[in-house]
Design a protein. Structure first.
Length: 59
């Protein structure tokens, strides 16, 4: 399982998914809807990908 936290300072939105592509899709949609005025460009997608990490195991 992979996890991602929004790159916008002060935003606490996060998501989890098995596939990186699904996280990128969800994060792109979040950026478009929650952060009006933020264009999702290739550089934004690269930023999203760089912040995806393995989810911490919960006990």
């Amino acid at each position: 399982m992979k996890q991602y936290e929004c790159i916008v300072p002060g935003c606490s939105w996060q998501t989890h998914a098995e596939e990186e592509a699904e996280i990128v899709r969800r994060a792109s949609e979040h950026m478009r809807t929650a952060h009006e005025g933020v264009a999702v460009r290739e550089s934004t997608v690269e930023q999203i990908k760089s912040r995806i990490k393995e989810a911490e195991a919960s006990s």
